[in-house]
Design a protein around this ligand. Structure first.
Ligand code: ADP
Ligand code: XUL
Length: 556
């Protein structure tokens, strides 16, 4: 039986899922950077410098992680690498790896006997990779937007306004701050094409879907944006180091490098199917229909939707679909997701060191059953940003607003960094996170009532049905909310599915048919059984109050 490997190189860990051609999980292994590779002294996988707003990861740590992951799989009894027919991956988006001119030869000559790290460590022009949490490029972002006439224009062309974490502004900052690194750079990979290049033993082109996270790629014209390349001065150099963008997400691009054949027993025929970003990878894990939304409740929160309608806006992101040529992925990405909810949980738990969600959930459940909303019944909206936030782009802050609605035109009656009762924060954070998604998703949905059809919850906090129900109470998906039983690893699973699809020429089978056949409805659990989805408790009034609260708090 042939097997397929899906890799997920995320912020904190490298995960590998092995599946059969029906997407049944056969094996799983992971490497947690902070815990398993303590010699790199990262905190949650990165080095953060709050002064400069830089957040970076050591590149060679990922090479050690790759060797360790394969060693862990090898240690599993009866696991046979020779059965793996194809590998794909989904990796944290936006991060960049700066290779130097020694890299092509070093990659081509990898041999058994010493680690990837020792054989490749001299092949980088820069030893770190800026991470998606890096916010050091405010100046470069302004230049990107000015080059094309503003944020909205840049969003129209590249699918997103300028974002500090996006790779284009990050590369421009390297050129400004570290000209010697830029001069020594032979090639820039995204994290996805970096891992694919190591496995292939040669540079692998950047995948188009992931390239949409760079602010360099014109999604409609399918070319680099000349006015943006001009910001780098020598346009030939920037075009060369970024390389060709691969618009075919399906067809294998290489066979595995002999190093992996010799060291771990892979078959020399094992194919490398293009790697993509972790969010594009996540949409590949579920058979999405129009207006279905995936809400990923990991460290960050993301909301993802597949559409055939290219409707860019500076409020969100649009990416080329990682597999279906005519489709797009719409995305919202928030920095403050799980960690912000954990803060509220810890406050509610009080002096204890308990990390249980029991009290948090009990408060949320009693509020849900009361039929009330904090926004409309108490006129309260909070913003919970212990970390710098992306949507909206603001520095870390806590804001709690209470509105006086007794006069015709509502006015803020109190603004503070705390509500008087911490219980209100439980509802406040869930409502605020969901109202922001509801407001921004609106432009991407094509349903008549502008509501999602289904919402699928994935990621760590999707294990908490109370949180899912509280969010769905705001999002009111017309066909319910689901979580996939046993699928904590949607992103790695999406990558594995891509590997199966890429290696099996099912002549003419569309991606949708391929996935639907393997993901029947009984794989999903309903998580909002008690909610009455015919009622929209929040409605436009709550969205309007939320938007006014953002304006009031952040001047947006
Ligand atoms: P990553 O995005 O880094 O891959 P995960 O998807 O594993 O992370 O999500 C990790 C987060 O999930 C943790 O920070 C934690 O707050 C949250 N989480 C895990 N279990 C629960 C739970 N039962 N209730 C609420 N949150 C949870
Ligand atoms: C997306 C983003 C994050 C990272 C997380 O734009 O920055 O979701 O991809 O790994």
């Amino acid at each position: 039986m042939s097997l397929y490997l899906g890799l997920d190189l995320s912020t904190q860990q490298l995960k590998g899922i092995v599946v059969d051609s029906d997407l049944n999980q056969v094996e799983i292994a992971n490497v947690e950077f902070e815990v398993d590779l303590p010699q790199y002294k990262t905190v949650k996988g990165v080095y953060a410098n709050p002064k400069t707003k830089e957040v970076q990861a050591p590149v060679v740590m990922w090479l050690d992680a790759l060797d360790l992951l394969f060693q862990r799989l090898k240690a599993k009894k009866s696991f046979d690498f020779a059965r793996i027919r194809g590998i794909s991956g989904a990796c944290q988006q936006h991060g960049s790896v700066f290779w130097n001119a020694q890299a092509p030869a070093a990659l081509a000559n990898l041999t058994k006997g010493s680690s990837l790290c020792s054989q490749l460590k001299e092949s980088f022009a820069w030893d770190v990779s800026p991470n998606w949490q890096d916010a050091s490029t405010a100046k470069e972002c302004a230049q990107f937007e000015a080059a094309v006439g503003g944020a909205e224009q840049l969003a129209t062309i590249t699918g997103s306004k300028a974002h500090r974490r996006f790779t284009g502004p990050q590369i421009l900052r390297v050129q400004h701050q570290l000209p010697e690194v830029y001069a020594a750079t032979d090639r820039v990979s995204l994290v996805s094409s970096f891992v694919a290049s190591v496995l292939a033993g040669a540079y692998i082109d950047i995948d188009e879907s992931d390239a949409c996270g760079m602010n360099l790629w014109d999604i409609s014209k399918k070319e680099f944006v000349p006015k943006i390349l001009a910001l780098f001065g020598d346009t030939a150099k920037i075009a060369k180091i970024v390389g060709h963008i691969n618009q075919d997400g399906k067809t294998p691009v290489a066979r595995i490098n002999p190093y992996f054949v010799q060291t771990y027993g892979f078959s020399p025929e094992c194919a490398i199917v293009p790697f993509t970003g972790d969010n594009p990878g996540t949409i590949l894990s579920l058979p999405l229909k129009p207006n279905d939304v995936i809400v990923s409740l990991g460290t960050s929160t993301t909301a993802l939707v597949v559409t055939h309608n290219y409707a860019p806006s500076s409020l969100y992101h649009m990416f080329a679909h990682p597999v279906v040529p005519s489709a797009y992925m719409g995305m919202l990405c928030y920095c403050n997701g799980s960690l912000a909810r954990e803060r509220v949980r810890d406050e509610v738990n009080g002096e204890t060191t308990s990390k249980t969600w029991d009290k948090f959930n009990a408060i949320a459940e009693s509020y849900i059953s009361s039929g009330k909303t904090l926004a409309l019944d108490e006129h309260k909206i909070g913003f919970y940003f212990p970390l710098n936030e992306i949507i909206p782009t603001v520095d870390a802050c806590q804001v709690r607003l209470t509105w006086d609605t007794t006069t015709g035109d509502a006015k803020v009656s109190s603004k503070s960094d705390k509500f008087t009762d911490v219980k209100e924060d439980v509802i406040g954070i869930l409502e605020s996170q969901a109202l922001s998604i509801r407001y921004r998703l609106d432009g991407m949905l094509t349903s008549a009532n502008h509501r999602p059809r289904r919402v699928y919850y994935v990621g760590g906090a999707s294990q908490n049905p109370t949180i899912c129900a509280a969010l769905s109470r705001v999002l009111v998906p017309s066909a319910g909310s689901y979580r996939v039983a046993d699928m904590k690893d949607a992103c790695a699973m999406g990558a594995a599915a891509k590997a199966v699809f890429g290696c099996n020429d099912e002549s003419g089978t569309s991606w949708e048919e391929f996935l639907e056949k393997r993901m029947p409805d009984d794989r999903f659990n309903r998580v909002d059984g008690e909610l009455d989805l015919t009622k929209d408790l929040y409605g436009q009034a709550a969205v309007d109050l939320f938007v006014r609260s953002e304006k009031e708090s952040f001047g947006l």
